[in-house]
Design a protein around this ligand. Sequence first.
Ligand code: IMP
Length: 417
Amino acid sequence: MPVSIVVGLQWGDEGKGKMVDHLAEKAVAVARFSGGANAGHTVEAEGRKFALHLLPSGIVRPGVKAMVGASCVLDPGAFLEEIETLEKNGITAGDRLLVSGKVNLTHPAYKLLEKQSEDSRVTGRIGTTGRGIGPTYERKCRRNAIRLEDALNPVLLRELADFHTADAQKELNLTDGQRETLLSDTDRFMEDAVRVTGYCADVSRVIGKMLEAGERVIAEGAQGSLLDPDHGSYPFVTCGQCVSGAACTGLGFGPTSVDRVQGILKAYTTRVGEGPFPTEQKGETGHRIRTAGNEFGTTTGRPRRCGWLDGVLAEYTTRLNGCTSVTVTLLDVLSGFETLKVCTGYLDGDFKTGRGMGELLPVYETLPGWSEDIRGEKNWKALPQNAKNYIEMIEKLMKVPVDSVSTGPGREDVIWR
Ligand code: IMP
């Protein structure tokens, strides 16, 4: 059996973690192909709630291997802390967890550099998660980053870590106390990096062997397609690639291994951080969605900006990813709205994703809502007709089948049509 890729179709937080966990029942492995500890994937299983950041969502399924691919970035301290938290909750990573030696490591100075760069941007703050993601990917492109495999060589690790501490100090105006802290954080970073090498593996080869044996692997994306640095709302994007094509380069397999691209689309839209959001609702509607959907960041706790579903963007991102099918998530959050709006076009024509996106004025179609509580529903036929109509309208806009609907946070709260 080949690879299923799972990607987010909006600005992240679409519920990918929950769906990856659900799909992992039939897989041998889940492999993260992008991003780092900026992600916040929430999984609820066996009455417990897990907030994952860098660890693949498959880690909470006993027996499933969890892998972190080459194009991810990894903060060693945050990674070890996440493992520890899981262990306290009865989930042991052990030899199920494998990390590519090619991942780039987040040096402690990068978070300081990121903060400084956020405060001095010509085009305004991005509102990053503050996890040092941007500077880590920048060093990768500069070709002087620290890879996990470098930590296997203590002399090289020391040399690289010291270089980045010194290099960052040229840009940072640190007090003596801050410099001392950075030096001790650098030592700690090195110790943690060495500990993480215990998980180091050739992820591409391991996946290749699984595929050869006819087993199913899930490639788990992070963030959402509209945060992709090439195809998203640039410059208000992340640095790891978020679209399905990146699964192949990020994990090290060819496109011929993929037979399914599952897009995950929230029934409305949310965004964290700065940047354009054409269907944002700043008043009562946004507040109501935020409260009903508990729309607060898993990583930073920031309130998410909320708004109506954007059908034009959904069509764009399903095409961009080549989705074979889509899961609509959090449909239960919309119960009780008398009417629902879906953006079906923009005034003044063309759709833009880059700097021009902020000028888009959405044109809406209004649909009748439903009052029934559908949380936890597992049967398509039992859905109120207006909920079915809502899904069918989204499907028509995207031109891709919605094969599943998530109706609650629990592992089993999914309708398969
Ligand atoms: P960074 O990834 O921390 O550099 O942040 C860049 C942008 O991506 C900011 O707007 C963040 O709020 C956003 N972002 C990063 N990770 C996530 C996520 O997992 N969910 C939603 N937004 C995210």
